[in-house]
Design a protein around this ligand. Structure first.
Ligand SMILES: [Zn+2]
Length: 205
């Protein structure tokens, strides 16, 4: 998009990175060198962590951007997980600014879901499901559902030949069995819902 804007409008476009949760100036901005985004380190403390482990990744490795505001008074954020994937760029920038630079990878890190105080990741759930099924699931989607005040996890699972039965009762039993096995592992209630494998969005989930 930036390239198109520049070509057609004969202007220069710079990337600014911000979050709707953080009003005010950009969190990070591009300089004339266009070599990553300088982080506004006088306003934010940034960490790049492993989304599954809450620890910093090795320098230069992609991870989730976690921010702590240093100057916001009314709405401070403390170790706020942005869900955005970035990586640190090492070395000084030719522009002379000493603010650290990051590359914004424009993809979301795997988002955690917290169900009754238990944090689960779609990636982890998919792996668990695969282990219980004994084969790779044909499409999955995970959702938190609230009934009354009790949350539970709903797993939408694509039906393949290995799961399918023309006996409704058998399908129900399979769903109950998978649900209870997952629940036992995770310590949270799980309900399995079957779905046509083709009806999952093409987002790889
Ligand atoms: Zn620079």
């Amino acid at each position: 998009l930036a390239a198109q804007l520049e070509e057609r409008l004969h202007v220069r476009a710079w990337t600014h990175y911000g979050l709707s949760e953080v009003p005010g100036p950009a969190l990070a901005f591009e300089c004339d060198e266009r070599s990553g985004l300088h982080l506004s380190e006088d306003h934010f403390l940034a960490e790049v962590i492993d989304p599954a482990g809450d620890v910093a990744v090795e320098p230069g490795m992609p991870g989730e951007l976690v921010l702590t505001t240093l100057t916001t008074r009314a709405f401070p954020l403390i170790r706020y997980r942005t869900g955005d994937k970035v990586r640190w760029l090492e070395g000084p920038c030719p522009c002379g600014r000493t603010l650290r630079r990051m590359e914004w990878l424009r993809e979301r890190s795997d988002e955690a879901m917290v169900i009754r105080g238990v944090k689960v990741y779609p990636r982890q759930l998919k792996a668990l499901l695969q282990r219980i099924l004994g084969h790779e699931p044909q499409g999955t989607r995970f959702q938190i559902q609230r009934t009354g005040r009790r949350d539970h996890l709903v797993v939408w699972l694509g039906v393949d030949e290995l799961i399918f039965s023309d006996e409704i009762k058998e399908m129900e039993q399979t769903s109950l069995r998978l649900g209870s096995e997952m629940a036992m592992e995770l310590g949270i209630p799980v309900r399995i819902q079957f779905k046509e494998p083709g009806s999952f969005e093409a987002d790889g989930s």
